[in-house]
Design a protein around this ligand. Structure first.
Ligand SMILES: [Zn+2]
Length: 199
């Protein structure tokens, strides 16, 4: 079945359930692939799907970055050997005791202590990349946080140990991880990418 290109599936959350509406798989007519002599060698098969990515217990993190907040989690279980450990990326449960972690705001810690732990600059991207090429991927360290966060630098050239500050796509956010990025400390607000702010 070929469906209207403009028609896309949408989802509403009603109570604790997702209610999908419309087409989630779309197919378009194939086109023949021919050689120089006009002989058929194959076909293209245009089709796409709308993927439903549930954020579940990580939803506060993704909502936070659209509001200029960097949320992390901390294990507060008194019986856990690693009580007080702070996780960014956001972990719903402590991997040591399996108790649910407490959500905490580390925006100010990130602003005052974030540094580049390691980096990769790449021209080769995966399918459906939306980031500017070359992408300056960085792993970011925060004081008092036990894990490092994968993100990308939106200004300048990354260097190991560089002090960076978080920026947030608070205007027309994508509501995905690309709404969080970093820039070198001291970058003026006028040099931030469109839609991004410091808070
Ligand atoms: Zn724990």
């Amino acid at each position: 079945m070929t469906v209207n290109k403009e028609e896309k599936g949408t989802v509403k959350a009603v109570g604790r359930r997702y209610k999908p509406t419309g087409p989630f798989h779309r197919i378009e007519p194939a086109t023949p692939i021919k050689d120089e002599d006009g002989k058929l060698c194959g076909v293209t098969k245009p089709r796409d799907m709308t993927y439903i990515h549930s954020y579940g217990g990580e939803a506060p993190f993704f909502e936070g970055i659209t509001q200029g907040k960097l949320l992390a989690t901390r294990c507060d279980n008194p019986d856990c050997e690693f009580k007080g450990t702070v996780y960014e990326p956001f972990r719903i449960h402590c991997m040591d005791c399996l108790e649910k972690c407490t959500v905490i705001d580390i925006t100010d810690i990130a602003k005052s202590t974030a540094t580049v732990h390691s980096l990769i600059i790449t021209e080769r991207t995966g399918a459906f990349n939306t980031l500017k090429i070359p992408i300056n991927f960085i792993n970011v360290e925060f004081e008092g946080v036990s894990t490092i966060l994968m993100s990308y630098l939106s200004a300048g050239t990354p260097e190991i140990g560089m002090r960076v500050v978080p920026i947030f796509r608070t205007k027309n956010p994508s509501c995905d991880i690309t709404d969080l990025s970093f820039v070198p400390e001291g970058t003026p607000e006028s040099e931030l990418p469109e839609g991004f702010t410091f808070s």
